[in-house]
Design a binder for this molecule. Structure first.
Ligand code: ATP
Ligand code: MG
Length: 452
């Protein structure tokens, strides 16, 4: 990596650096923002590190809105032109009794000491526009080579904070990097430390990991780590499906499906969990292995796993829905596709189809191509329905319940039934979605039911 490279921080960040250096303190941008700027991606936040102590930082930012984010850890947030900038005093972390947080922190005057406490070499670089890159742990080389490597002894660093195990895997997945051999070995060795980490932190890291580019190789290499945090999934590992439909065991199939769906948390979680019920429902006859009712068992496992990880309710419910219906039969006909949209809604239909496409894409080679071609045609039909803004729900029907009441229909459940029957006909193409035509059809339905 070019050590002469130049990073231009946004103006408010430059002002923050200036406010500190004008008062004769040393100040740098540090961590994720340096890493991302060097990779050519826009950093989502800019953190600064400085020799100034927290009270001195506050002094430098008199006149700005300052939030005391964590004074005892040396962190102050200054808001400059509406941009919150985290400014942290150089520090050395004390002992870690709980494998997550230091018992105490000590402030230091040396930037190198501060960089030493950071997790990975690519996260342990500091930069100042006038001084260039400060990189004592050779993060720039690892960044250029695409390597996640602990700063210092990996096993000791994971002992301090077990969350770093998942952070290493997450960065490898998101940045599309490899994990250095000694760091990888320590991840396997120390994975039990993850039991000391809160469910919320694990869930947040896993979600990012799942949405990364390199999720498949990472979860293949570190399946043991995944099973430490999600023991429910362990039975999938090397589970032979014994059917000509599949060329992968349940776990590898699952990883291909994860990779095959768009990087959206609910889809990636649904892909991870969709076949979790298979090992529990396996039966075999002369035709091979079967997994009758596996989707239902997968839903139970998904619910248990996501509740244990304290996932938010919305994600939980959506993932359960997608897992439950992942085996939905998609017929390559406009009418059938429309019926699926009618049964769920457009967004759910799109997500279920994305899962279905990835699922058939991870089946046996002989059937994959034909099935994928068909899924592609179904996707086109779905896209056409969406583009046409077709009437797929009562909301879009050109006739409402109040129209029917005004026309003299008796109040009660007959109104809803009539509207639903009309909607079915519109979706099937036997009725146009036009007010007069619908009203006429409704009246004739009322007459028929009246004469029955
Ligand atoms: P992103 O914000 O994209 O997830 P990041 O590298 O900025 O990536 P943060 O969690 O925001 O990650 O942390 C900022 C910096 O603080 C990191 O770059 C790293 O130097 C340090 N850091 C964060 N968490 C840890 C940790 N658990 N152990 C050691 N250092 C850490
Ligand atoms: Mg960050």
């Amino acid at each position: 990596m070019d050590k002469q490279m130049h990073i231009t921080p946004p103006a408010p960040v430059q002002r923050a650096l200036d406010a500190l250096t004008d008062a004769d303190y040393a100040a740098y941008i540090v961590g994720g923002c340096v890493r991302d700027a060097m990779r050519g991606t826009q950093p989502h936040d800019w953190d600064c590190t400085t020799s100034a102590r927290p009270e001195q930082i506050e002094q430098c930012f008199r006149g700005f809105h300052v939030i005391e984010t964590g004074m005892q850890h040396g962190t102050v947030t200054a808001v400059i032109d509406k941009m919150p900038i985290e400014i942290t005093t150089y520090r050395i972390d004390g002992a870690y009794a709980d494998h997550r947080r230091p018992d105490s922190v000590t402030f230091t005057d040396r930037l190198t000491d501060d960089l030493a406490r950071r997790d990975f070499t690519v996260n342990a670089m500091a930069y100042h526009p006038a001084q260039g890159l400060i990189d004592p742990y050779h993060g720039a080389d690892d960044l250029a080579a695409g390597i996640i490597r602990c700063v210092g002894d990996p096993a000791a660093r994971f002992e301090e904070d077990g969350l770093r195990i998942l952070r290493a895997m997450r960065f490898a997945s998101v940045l599309d990097f490899d994990i250095a051999p000694e760091t990888a070995a320590a991840i396997h060795e120390k994975r039990g430390l993850l039991t000391c980490i809160s469910a919320e932190r694990i869930y947040a890291e896993l979600t990012k990991l799942l949405c990364g580019k390199r999720v498949l190789p990472v979860l293949e290499e570190f399946a043991d780590v995944l099973f430490t945090v999600l023991p429910e999934l362990a039975p999938m590992f090397k589970f032979d499906q014994q059917t000509h439909w599949h060329c992968y065991d349940v776990y590898m199939h699952t990883l291909y499906v994860i990779e095959g769906v768009p990087p959206v948390p609910v889809l990636r979680w649904a892909a991870l969990l969709h076949d979790a019920g298979k090992p529990h429902t396996f039966t075999k006859d002369e035709r091979g292995g079967h997994f009758y009712g596996h989707a239902k068992v997968s839903v139970e496992i998904a619910e248990r796993a996501l509740r244990a990880l304290k996932s938010d309710r919305k994600t939980l419910e959506r993932v359960m829905l997608l897992v439950e219906h992942h085996d939905l039969v998609w017929e390559n006909s406009e009418k059938q596709v429309a019926r699926i949209v009618r049964r769920f809604d457009m967004e759910t239909a799109e997500q279920l189809l994305a899962l279905h496409r990835a699922d058939v894409g991870a089946q046996a080679y002989e059937i994959r191509e034909a099935q994928q071609a068909e899924a592609d045609q179904i996707a086109e039909k779905l896209a056409a329905l969406k583009a046409a803004d077709a009437c797929m729900s009562l909301k879009k029907l050109a006739l409402t319940g109040s129209d029917l009441l005004r026309a003299g229909f008796p109040q009660g459940k007959a109104i809803g039934e009539t509207l639903n029957a009309l909607l079915d006909q519109v979706i099937d193409g036997t009725l146009p979605n036009e007010h007069d035509a619908l009203m006429k059809a409704a009246q004739s339905m009322l007459q028929t039911s009246g004469t029955e």
